[in-house]
Design a protein around this ligand. Structure first.
Ligand SMILES: Nc1nc2c(c(CN[C@H]3C=C[C@H](O)[C@@H]3O)cn2[C@@H]2O[C@H](COP(=O)(O)O)[C@@H](O)[C@H]2O)c(=O)[nH]1
Length: 306
Protein backbone atom coordinates (compact mmCIF):
# COMPACT_ATOMS: atom_id res chain seq x y z
CA UNK A 1 0.00 0.00 0.00
CA UNK A 2 3.04 2.22 -0.37
CA UNK A 3 1.42 3.88 -3.38
CA UNK A 4 -1.60 4.88 -1.25
CA UNK A 5 0.62 6.26 1.54
CA UNK A 6 3.03 8.06 -0.77
CA UNK A 7 0.45 9.62 -3.05
CA UNK A 8 -1.71 10.74 -0.10
CA UNK A 9 1.34 12.34 1.51
CA UNK A 10 1.97 14.17 -1.77
CA UNK A 11 -1.57 15.57 -1.74
CA UNK A 12 -1.20 16.61 1.92
CA UNK A 13 2.02 18.51 1.06
CA UNK A 14 0.41 20.28 -1.89
CA UNK A 15 -3.06 20.77 -0.48
CA UNK A 16 -5.01 24.02 -1.07
CA UNK A 17 -8.35 23.49 0.70
CA UNK A 18 -7.64 21.02 3.54
CA UNK A 19 -4.86 21.23 6.11
CA UNK A 20 -3.73 18.82 8.79
CA UNK A 21 -3.30 20.37 12.22
CA UNK A 22 -0.48 18.59 14.04
CA UNK A 23 -1.53 20.09 17.38
CA UNK A 24 -4.99 18.60 16.75
CA UNK A 25 -3.36 15.20 16.21
CA UNK A 26 -1.33 15.58 19.41
CA UNK A 27 -4.43 16.43 21.44
CA UNK A 28 -6.36 13.41 20.19
CA UNK A 29 -3.40 11.09 20.70
CA UNK A 30 -2.80 12.44 24.20
CA UNK A 31 -6.38 11.52 25.14
CA UNK A 32 -6.18 8.09 23.54
CA UNK A 33 -2.76 6.86 24.55
CA UNK A 34 -3.78 5.25 27.87
CA UNK A 35 -6.55 3.16 26.40
CA UNK A 36 -6.53 2.74 22.66
CA UNK A 37 -10.18 2.37 21.68
CA UNK A 38 -10.83 -1.15 20.48
CA UNK A 39 -13.95 -1.51 18.40
CA UNK A 40 -15.14 -5.02 17.63
CA UNK A 41 -15.65 -5.79 13.96
CA UNK A 42 -19.39 -6.29 13.39
CA UNK A 43 -20.24 -4.67 16.69
CA UNK A 44 -23.57 -4.01 14.98
CA UNK A 45 -24.25 -7.74 14.41
CA UNK A 46 -25.35 -7.17 10.83
CA UNK A 47 -22.90 -9.22 8.79
CA UNK A 48 -23.14 -12.77 7.50
CA UNK A 49 -20.58 -15.14 8.99
CA UNK A 50 -20.18 -18.93 8.72
CA UNK A 51 -16.39 -19.14 9.06
CA UNK A 52 -16.06 -20.47 5.48
CA UNK A 53 -15.77 -19.51 1.80
CA UNK A 54 -19.36 -18.26 1.57
CA UNK A 55 -18.45 -15.52 4.05
CA UNK A 56 -15.63 -14.46 1.71
CA UNK A 57 -18.07 -14.35 -1.22
CA UNK A 58 -20.47 -12.30 0.92
CA UNK A 59 -17.79 -9.80 1.94
CA UNK A 60 -16.59 -9.38 -1.63
CA UNK A 61 -20.13 -8.68 -2.87
CA UNK A 62 -20.69 -6.35 0.08
CA UNK A 63 -17.56 -4.35 -0.66
CA UNK A 64 -18.32 -4.27 -4.39
CA UNK A 65 -21.46 -2.32 -3.38
CA UNK A 66 -20.08 -0.47 -0.35
CA UNK A 67 -20.46 3.11 -1.60
CA UNK A 68 -22.69 6.16 -1.81
CA UNK A 69 -25.64 5.73 0.55
CA UNK A 70 -26.33 9.37 1.35
CA UNK A 71 -28.48 10.39 -1.67
CA UNK A 72 -31.30 8.42 0.00
CA UNK A 73 -31.59 9.91 3.47
CA UNK A 74 -33.01 6.69 4.95
CA UNK A 75 -30.43 4.34 3.46
CA UNK A 76 -27.15 3.46 5.13
CA UNK A 77 -24.41 0.85 5.20
CA UNK A 78 -26.28 -1.31 7.73
CA UNK A 79 -29.14 -1.85 5.27
CA UNK A 80 -26.70 -3.15 2.69
CA UNK A 81 -24.80 -5.46 5.07
CA UNK A 82 -27.98 -6.80 6.67
CA UNK A 83 -29.90 -6.98 3.39
CA UNK A 84 -27.18 -9.07 1.74
CA UNK A 85 -26.92 -11.26 4.86
CA UNK A 86 -30.66 -11.99 4.84
CA UNK A 87 -30.56 -12.66 1.09
CA UNK A 88 -27.84 -15.26 1.63
CA UNK A 89 -29.63 -16.88 4.58
CA UNK A 90 -32.69 -17.18 2.39
CA UNK A 91 -30.84 -18.57 -0.64
CA UNK A 92 -27.23 -19.65 -0.25
CA UNK A 93 -26.59 -19.57 -4.00
CA UNK A 94 -27.67 -15.90 -4.32
CA UNK A 95 -24.04 -14.80 -4.79
CA UNK A 96 -22.88 -17.57 -7.11
CA UNK A 97 -20.83 -16.06 -9.93
CA UNK A 98 -23.41 -16.91 -12.61
CA UNK A 99 -26.22 -15.35 -10.56
CA UNK A 100 -24.20 -12.17 -9.91
CA UNK A 101 -23.93 -11.62 -13.65
CA UNK A 102 -27.70 -11.56 -14.10
CA UNK A 103 -29.11 -9.24 -11.44
CA UNK A 104 -31.19 -6.32 -12.65
CA UNK A 105 -31.77 -3.11 -10.70
CA UNK A 106 -35.28 -4.12 -9.54
CA UNK A 107 -33.96 -7.57 -8.51
CA UNK A 108 -31.17 -6.04 -6.46
CA UNK A 109 -33.68 -3.74 -4.79
CA UNK A 110 -35.87 -6.74 -4.03
CA UNK A 111 -32.90 -8.68 -2.66
CA UNK A 112 -32.15 -5.81 -0.27
CA UNK A 113 -35.85 -5.26 0.47
CA UNK A 114 -35.45 -1.62 -0.48
CA UNK A 115 -38.72 -0.06 -1.66
CA UNK A 116 -37.29 2.35 -4.25
CA UNK A 117 -34.35 2.65 -6.64
CA UNK A 118 -30.96 2.54 -4.91
CA UNK A 119 -28.55 5.44 -5.37
CA UNK A 120 -26.41 4.80 -8.46
CA UNK A 121 -28.37 1.61 -9.00
CA UNK A 122 -27.23 1.04 -12.58
CA UNK A 123 -23.62 1.27 -11.46
CA UNK A 124 -24.25 -1.12 -8.60
CA UNK A 125 -25.69 -3.67 -10.99
CA UNK A 126 -22.87 -3.19 -13.48
CA UNK A 127 -20.31 -3.74 -10.72
CA UNK A 128 -22.07 -6.92 -9.56
CA UNK A 129 -21.91 -8.24 -13.13
CA UNK A 130 -18.22 -7.36 -13.30
CA UNK A 131 -17.52 -9.23 -10.07
CA UNK A 132 -19.45 -12.33 -11.21
CA UNK A 133 -17.81 -12.34 -14.63
CA UNK A 134 -14.24 -11.95 -13.45
CA UNK A 135 -14.62 -14.36 -10.54
CA UNK A 136 -15.89 -16.96 -12.99
CA UNK A 137 -13.18 -16.22 -15.57
CA UNK A 138 -10.18 -16.19 -13.22
CA UNK A 139 -11.08 -17.63 -9.82
CA UNK A 140 -13.43 -20.59 -10.39
CA UNK A 141 -16.29 -18.29 -9.44
CA UNK A 142 -15.06 -18.01 -5.87
CA UNK A 143 -13.78 -14.98 -3.99
CA UNK A 144 -12.17 -17.47 -1.58
CA UNK A 145 -9.83 -18.59 -4.42
CA UNK A 146 -8.87 -14.98 -4.96
CA UNK A 147 -7.96 -14.66 -1.27
CA UNK A 148 -6.13 -18.00 -1.20
CA UNK A 149 -3.89 -16.86 -4.05
CA UNK A 150 -2.53 -13.93 -2.01
CA UNK A 151 -0.25 -15.89 0.32
CA UNK A 152 -1.56 -14.15 3.47
CA UNK A 153 -0.62 -10.71 2.16
CA UNK A 154 -3.17 -7.91 2.35
CA UNK A 155 -1.03 -5.80 0.00
CA UNK A 156 -1.10 -8.59 -2.59
CA UNK A 157 -4.84 -8.94 -2.15
CA UNK A 158 -5.40 -5.24 -2.82
CA UNK A 159 -3.10 -5.43 -5.86
CA UNK A 160 -4.92 -8.48 -7.21
CA UNK A 161 -8.39 -7.04 -6.65
CA UNK A 162 -7.52 -3.75 -8.34
CA UNK A 163 -5.80 -5.57 -11.22
CA UNK A 164 -8.75 -7.85 -11.96
CA UNK A 165 -11.75 -5.69 -11.07
CA UNK A 166 -11.77 -2.21 -12.67
CA UNK A 167 -14.59 -1.10 -10.35
CA UNK A 168 -12.17 -1.26 -7.40
CA UNK A 169 -9.55 1.00 -9.03
CA UNK A 170 -10.21 3.97 -6.81
CA UNK A 171 -7.73 6.58 -7.92
CA UNK A 172 -7.62 10.18 -9.13
CA UNK A 173 -5.34 12.61 -10.90
CA UNK A 174 -4.56 15.54 -8.62
CA UNK A 175 -2.54 18.51 -9.85
CA UNK A 176 -1.15 16.21 -12.53
CA UNK A 177 -0.21 13.50 -10.03
CA UNK A 178 -1.81 10.05 -9.83
CA UNK A 179 -3.28 9.42 -6.39
CA UNK A 180 -4.30 5.97 -5.15
CA UNK A 181 -6.96 5.71 -2.48
CA UNK A 182 -8.27 2.15 -2.92
CA UNK A 183 -10.98 2.40 -0.31
CA UNK A 184 -13.14 -0.61 -1.21
CA UNK A 185 -10.20 -2.90 -2.05
CA UNK A 186 -8.54 -2.17 1.30
CA UNK A 187 -11.75 -2.46 3.29
CA UNK A 188 -12.28 -5.91 1.77
CA UNK A 189 -8.94 -7.05 3.24
CA UNK A 190 -9.84 -5.42 6.57
CA UNK A 191 -13.30 -7.00 6.61
CA UNK A 192 -11.75 -10.45 6.10
CA UNK A 193 -9.27 -9.77 8.88
CA UNK A 194 -12.03 -8.54 11.20
CA UNK A 195 -14.60 -11.21 10.38
CA UNK A 196 -12.19 -14.16 10.62
CA UNK A 197 -10.35 -12.58 13.56
CA UNK A 198 -7.00 -12.71 11.80
CA UNK A 199 -7.26 -16.47 11.18
CA UNK A 200 -7.93 -18.57 8.07
CA UNK A 201 -9.19 -16.33 5.24
CA UNK A 202 -8.48 -13.36 7.49
CA UNK A 203 -4.84 -14.13 8.21
CA UNK A 204 -2.53 -11.46 6.79
CA UNK A 205 1.10 -11.07 7.75
CA UNK A 206 1.04 -7.43 6.67
CA UNK A 207 -2.29 -6.09 7.96
CA UNK A 208 -0.32 -3.05 9.20
CA UNK A 209 0.23 -2.03 5.59
CA UNK A 210 -3.44 -1.13 5.08
CA UNK A 211 -4.37 2.55 5.46
CA UNK A 212 -7.66 3.99 6.67
CA UNK A 213 -10.57 3.77 4.24
CA UNK A 214 -11.21 7.15 2.71
CA UNK A 215 -14.98 7.45 2.82
CA UNK A 216 -17.26 10.39 3.63
CA UNK A 217 -17.67 9.68 7.37
CA UNK A 218 -14.08 9.60 8.69
CA UNK A 219 -13.00 12.96 7.15
CA UNK A 220 -15.95 14.61 8.92
CA UNK A 221 -14.95 13.00 12.24
CA UNK A 222 -11.34 14.15 11.80
CA UNK A 223 -12.57 17.66 11.16
CA UNK A 224 -14.70 17.60 14.31
CA UNK A 225 -11.72 16.37 16.31
CA UNK A 226 -9.68 19.34 15.06
CA UNK A 227 -7.31 17.15 13.04
CA UNK A 228 -8.44 18.47 9.65
CA UNK A 229 -9.08 22.15 8.90
CA UNK A 230 -11.03 23.30 5.85
CA UNK A 231 -10.90 26.50 3.82
CA UNK A 232 -14.02 28.61 4.40
CA UNK A 233 -15.32 27.86 0.89
CA UNK A 234 -15.03 24.13 1.46
CA UNK A 235 -16.50 24.35 4.96
CA UNK A 236 -19.49 26.27 3.56
CA UNK A 237 -20.00 23.79 0.72
CA UNK A 238 -20.13 20.92 3.23
CA UNK A 239 -22.37 22.86 5.60
CA UNK A 240 -24.81 23.62 2.75
CA UNK A 241 -24.72 19.99 1.55
CA UNK A 242 -23.59 21.21 -1.88
CA UNK A 243 -22.34 18.45 -4.11
CA UNK A 244 -18.55 18.29 -4.49
CA UNK A 245 -17.54 16.83 -7.85
CA UNK A 246 -15.67 13.53 -7.98
CA UNK A 247 -12.01 14.13 -8.79
CA UNK A 248 -12.04 17.83 -7.84
CA UNK A 249 -9.12 19.12 -5.79
CA UNK A 250 -11.41 19.49 -2.78
CA UNK A 251 -12.64 15.93 -2.96
CA UNK A 252 -9.20 14.37 -3.41
CA UNK A 253 -7.79 16.50 -0.59
CA UNK A 254 -10.56 15.48 1.84
CA UNK A 255 -9.81 11.83 1.22
CA UNK A 256 -6.02 11.88 0.86
CA UNK A 257 -5.48 14.20 3.85
CA UNK A 258 -7.60 11.83 5.95
CA UNK A 259 -5.32 8.93 5.00
CA UNK A 260 -2.21 10.97 5.78
CA UNK A 261 -3.61 12.29 9.07
CA UNK A 262 -4.54 8.80 10.29
CA UNK A 263 -1.03 7.59 9.40
CA UNK A 264 0.40 10.43 11.50
CA UNK A 265 -1.98 9.59 14.37
CA UNK A 266 -0.96 5.95 14.18
CA UNK A 267 2.77 6.77 14.24
CA UNK A 268 2.45 9.12 17.20
CA UNK A 269 0.14 6.80 19.10
CA UNK A 270 2.50 3.86 18.57
CA UNK A 271 5.38 5.91 20.00
CA UNK A 272 3.43 7.30 22.95
CA UNK A 273 1.71 4.07 23.93
CA UNK A 274 4.65 1.80 23.16
CA UNK A 275 2.27 -0.52 21.30
CA UNK A 276 1.93 -1.16 17.60
CA UNK A 277 -1.29 0.51 16.48
CA UNK A 278 -2.95 -0.36 13.17
CA UNK A 279 -4.63 2.13 10.85
CA UNK A 280 -7.51 -0.37 10.53
CA UNK A 281 -8.14 -0.11 14.29
CA UNK A 282 -8.09 3.67 14.19
CA UNK A 283 -10.39 3.67 11.19
CA UNK A 284 -12.95 1.43 12.79
CA UNK A 285 -12.97 3.59 15.91
CA UNK A 286 -13.28 6.86 13.94
CA UNK A 287 -16.00 5.41 11.71
CA UNK A 288 -18.02 4.08 14.65
CA UNK A 289 -17.82 7.53 16.30
CA UNK A 290 -19.04 9.14 13.07
CA UNK A 291 -22.02 6.89 12.41
CA UNK A 292 -23.21 7.35 15.98
CA UNK A 293 -23.34 11.11 15.48
CA UNK A 294 -26.49 11.88 13.46
CA UNK A 295 -25.69 15.59 13.20
CA UNK A 296 -22.37 14.95 11.46
CA UNK A 297 -22.15 16.96 8.24
CA UNK A 298 -20.18 15.10 5.60
CA UNK A 299 -19.13 15.97 2.08
CA UNK A 300 -21.37 14.84 -0.72
CA UNK A 301 -19.78 13.36 -3.83
CA UNK A 302 -21.46 11.00 -6.24
CA UNK A 303 -18.93 8.22 -6.49
CA UNK A 304 -18.75 4.47 -6.97
CA UNK A 305 -15.62 4.30 -4.83
CA UNK A 306 -16.96 5.15 -1.36
N1 LIG B 1 -13.79 4.32 6.84
C1 LIG B 1 -14.76 3.44 6.88
N2 LIG B 1 -15.85 3.61 6.11
C2 LIG B 1 -16.84 2.70 6.17
C3 LIG B 1 -16.78 1.59 6.99
C4 LIG B 1 -17.96 0.87 6.80
C5 LIG B 1 -18.45 -0.37 7.47
N3 LIG B 1 -17.48 -1.24 7.94
C6 LIG B 1 -18.03 -2.28 8.73
C7 LIG B 1 -17.25 -3.47 8.78
C8 LIG B 1 -17.13 -3.94 10.06
C9 LIG B 1 -17.52 -2.95 11.00
O1 LIG B 1 -18.28 -3.46 12.05
C10 LIG B 1 -18.22 -1.91 10.17
O2 LIG B 1 -19.59 -1.96 10.34
C11 LIG B 1 -18.70 1.56 5.85
N4 LIG B 1 -18.01 2.66 5.48
C12 LIG B 1 -18.40 3.77 4.62
O3 LIG B 1 -19.21 4.65 5.39
C13 LIG B 1 -20.12 5.32 4.52
C14 LIG B 1 -21.52 4.93 4.88
O4 LIG B 1 -21.94 5.61 6.00
P1 LIG B 1 -23.52 5.71 6.29
O5 LIG B 1 -24.10 6.39 5.06
O6 LIG B 1 -23.65 6.50 7.54
O7 LIG B 1 -23.98 4.29 6.45
C15 LIG B 1 -19.81 4.80 3.12
O8 LIG B 1 -18.85 5.62 2.49
C16 LIG B 1 -19.25 3.44 3.42
O9 LIG B 1 -18.50 2.93 2.35
C17 LIG B 1 -15.63 1.41 7.84
O10 LIG B 1 -15.49 0.46 8.61
N5 LIG B 1 -14.66 2.37 7.73
Amino acid sequence: MEEVRESSAWVARNSSHVTIDSSGIEKVVEKMKESIPKVEWDYEGIHYFDNGPLTVQYLFVLDALNFCFWPDKDLNYDHLAKGLKDALLNDNSAFDADRLQKYTGPQLRELLKWPRPLPLEEERVRLLHEVGFELERSFEGKASKLVESCGKSAAKLVALVTRHFPGFRDHSVYKGHQVFLYKRAQIFAADLWGAFKGQGYGEFNDIGSITMFADYIVPAVLQQLGVLKYSSTLANAIQDSSEIGAGTEEEVELRACSIYAVEKMRELLSIKSGKQVLSVQLDLWLWSVGVQCPSLQHHRTLSIYY
